[in-house]
Design a protein around this ligand. Structure first.
Ligand code: ZN
Length: 312
């Protein structure tokens, strides 16, 4: 597994953030958002995936439909194709900057893991899905649409006898939102000495115990596979795309700071601001994001039985 995690690359991770940042803040409903969806889909195709577009209507309280789209792709399991882990991040943003950290950093994390797992010498026992949600900033509309449309399709082989499972059963949903900035509060000029990856589950959810267990799997993977930053677990997951899943599936979120107690109290002064730009972040910041990727990939590699297979 360490050999798989070692393939995550800081230069590639940063280049993916820069690729997303070129579209600006990717606010939902804009052309720059639609172009970013295309760009994400092109990357997945380039790596050999067959991405799927989820269509939904974003029109809260309006008479006119507002069609929106988001993309997901799947590394299909060779042992248990009908079971999967979902790795998520939201590709939309606000603030009129580049939404580099919120949530270019999470989107690039999920894409970087997808890039690594696309290698022809890597197979996975269980399926792993990469979901790049749209409309997070307007109220989790993209992830909510996914849950509404697809929860009932879980584990159904379609067509029967084909061995194909368009919606494998959800074993866990791992969300990534704002991955790079842990400079303490009040803010210091570099990563704080106690900078870490914050893993959260929601105590007041139907699947809390299993979500906590998934969180512990991530904490243990961080200790084993991450090179620089530790991870900690807490129980107040909020305001993120894992929330629509939390009563149906084990669900956790990874962040640079705890959402309610730190982000919500001003821990990141660039949050939703024009200064959420690639140039705002230091190498230490990008490495915090990559350490979160090591954490997730290490955990999912164990849980889904990812392995390197000798090539012919
Ligand atoms: Zn966000």
């Amino acid at each position: 597994m360490a050999a798989v995690v070692d393939r995550l690359d800081l230069v590639s991770y940063r280049a993916l953030i820069e690729g997303l940042a070129r579209f600006g803040d990717r606010r939902q409903g804009t052309e720059r958002n639609a172009l970013a969806v295309d760009w994400i889909e092109e990357r997945l195709v380039e790596w050999g995936y067959e991405p799927v577009r989820l269509h939904y209507d974003y029109a809260p309280g309006s008479d006119t439909p507002e069609p929106r789209e988001e993309v997901y792709a799947t590394k299909v399991g060779v042992d248990e194709p009908g079971e999967m882990y979902v790795l998520g991040a939201h590709m939309d943003g606000i603030g009129e900057g580049q939404a580099a950290n919120d949530d270019g950093s999470g989107t690039a994390l999920v894409l970087e893991i997808a890039r690594v797992l696309a290698s022809s010498d890597i197979e996975t026992g269980r399926s792993i899905r990469f979901a790049l949600w749209n409309n997070e900033e307007t109220g989790l509309n993209g992830s909510t649409a996914y849950v509404r449309q697809r929860a009932g399709l879980q584990g159904i082989e379609d067509p029967p006898g084909s061995g194909l499972y368009p919606e494998p059963r959800w074993l866990g949903m791992i969300q990534h939102d704002m991955m790079m900035w842990d400079h303490g509060n009040p803010v210091t000029h570099e990563q704080a000495f106690d900078a870490d990856v914050d893993v959260e589950f929601q105590l007041n959810s139907a699947r809390a115990a299993e979500s906590a267990a998934l969180g512990v799997a991530l904490i243990n993977a961080n200790r084993t596979f991450a090179t620089e930053y530790p991870a900690v677990l807490s129980n107040a997951m909020s305001n993120t795309d894992s929330a629509p899943f939390q009563d149906l599936s084990p669900a956790v979120s990874l962040r640079e700071n705890r959402r309610l107690y730190e982000t919500g109290n001003g821990a990141n002064p660039h949050w939703h601001q024009p200064t959420d730009l690639v140039v705002t972040f230091s190498d230490a910041d990008f490495r915090l994001g990559l350490n979160a990727a090591m954490t997730t990939l290490g955990a999912v590699a164990r849980l889904a039985a990812v392995r390197i297979v000798p090539e012919e």
